[in-house]
Design a binder for this molecule. Structure first.
Ligand SMILES: [Zn+2]
Ligand SMILES: [Zn+2]
Length: 269
């Protein structure tokens, strides 16, 4: 039996003789079903037409995304920290080359996912690298394929390793999380913000949305909550969801400026 994967959002479902009738992640108002209708694929089919591509942002920070672009275009990132390798977020395709390469880099010692749009094939990644997958408990209802590797965490922060911390910002999803690595950017710190805060095309600002494809903004109090969650953390770089979405320096100031800009934009005039 195949574990079918939604071609629009990349979510993998439990093994079954035929695909599910629909994809609840795509039926949600934050996603969409394309005009061509609901589509499904499998790891075996993906491996015929796609490969995983790698981008080293700097020594110790390596992004991986499926090429040509698949589903939402998700990109995971492997952080090679002094306290072990951390895999942040996940992608649907897991081929033998990816397993070999990541194991050659030391494997994965800790893994966490920002929100349901990146759950993808998290069970298979957790199994392949013999690591637990941390997911915020507030989003548990969006887990379409449960498994023994999934660890639900609660509250506002979770120390993942000695210098990597998960931060719940909420907003986009109730459990939407970010990853702070204190040792990143030469000790200046980095934040991987995923869809909790979204690195804008100018790579100098972030924005905040309930839905990015359907253009639903977040209310002010939710954005203030994300800002409050990040306030205690220092960081110089910010990594969004795609290879090119990086704020290279001064990211904390850019983030603070972006919050002010956003709140001004949605204020009553
Ligand atoms: Zn879907
Ligand atoms: Zn999302």
């Amino acid at each position: 039996m195949d574990a079918f994967i939604c071609t629009t959002c990349g979510t993998q479902y439990p093994p079954a003789a035929k695909p599910p009738p629909s994809c609840p992640i795509c039926e949600d108002e934050r996603q969409y079903v394309p005009p061509s209708g609901q589509g499904w694929t499998t790891q075996d089919k993906l491996a015929v037409t796609h490969v995983n591509g790698w981008h080293q942002y700097e020594p110790g920070i390596i992004g991986v995304a499926t090429q040509p672009r698949f589903a939402i275009g998700q990109r995971a990132v492997l952080l090679r920290t002094a306290h072990g390798n951390v895999l942040w977020d996940c992608i649907s395709m897991l081929d033998e080359a990816t397993v070999s390469l990541v194991k050659a880099l030391g494997g994965v010692q800790a893994m966490a996912i920002s929100h349901p749009h990146f759950y993808t094939a998290m069970n298979e990644w957790g199994e392949a690298f013999d690591v637990d997958v941390h997911v915020h408990a507030d989003d548990r209802d969006w887990i379409m394929r449960s498994g023994p590797r999934i660890r639900l965490w609660e509250g506002e922060t979770l120390r993942l390793t000695a210098d990597a911390t998960l931060i719940r910002g909420g907003g986009h999803f109730a459990g939407s999380s970010m990853l702070h690595w204190a040792g990143g950017a030469g000790g200046g710190g980095i934040v991987c913000c995923s869809d909790t805060a979204y690195v804008a095309a100018d790579r100098a600002h972030v924005t905040f949305m309930r839905s990015y494809p359907n253009l639903l903004p977040l209310p002010a109090e939710r954005v203030r909550a994300i800002a409050n969650a990040l306030a205690p953390f220092n960081f110089d770089k910010m990594f969004g969801n795609f290879f090119e979405s990086v704020i290279e320096k001064g990211a904390k100031q850019a983030f603070d400026r972006s919050v002010e800009r956003y709140l001004a934009a949605i204020a009553d005039h």
